[in-house]
Design a protein. Structure first.
Length: 150
């Protein structure tokens, strides 16, 4: 993956903070909903918009922007090996994501399917970050083991 298309390393921490804020907002939003799905609260208007709609937008945008910044920020040392790990992790994430999506498409119908589609926006980034970080961890552990053996 060309490093010229990556964000600067300094954006990784703000991305993580933005993601955590979005995740926190998501859990608050879920707990505020009526368990049977009937959401009957009256929401005040802000600049002509329903505040619940604005909260949902901020929630999803912060989750996506945070994950994008974390996933595509350069490492402190960005070399060819890291670039190959990025590429492999991205390919793996797409395969896993669409495999799960196909299974969900076959077995889930109705209004629940809309939730699956909404989460499908985030899952490739999550799978990528998890696999990429795991591979970086394994690489660092192998290097440390090799240095101790020397």
């Amino acid at each position: 993956m060309k490093s010229r298309f990556l964000f600067s390393n300094k954006w990784m921490i703000p991305g993580a903070v933005i993601f955590v804020i979005g995740l926190f907002a998501h859990f608050i939003n879920i707990s505020a909903a009526d368990p049977v799905g009937a959401f009957h609260r009256i929401h005040p208007q802000v600049l002509g918009f329903d505040t619940q709609v604005l909260a949902d937008d901020v929630e999803y945008l912060s989750l996506v922007i945070g994950l994008l910044l974390v996933a595509f920020s350069k490492e402190k040392i960005e070399d060819e090996q890291i670039g190959q790990l990025r590429s492999d992790s991205l390919q793996w994430a797409i395969y896993v994501n669409y495999g799960i999506f196909i299974i969900c498409t076959i077995f889930i119908n109705g209004s629940d399917y809309l939730g699956i589609v909404a989460y499908n926006v985030l899952t490739p980034l999550l799978f990528f970050i998890i696999r990429f970080r795991w591979k970086i961890y394994q690489l660092n552990r192998a290097v440390a083991k090799e240095e101790m053996a020397s």
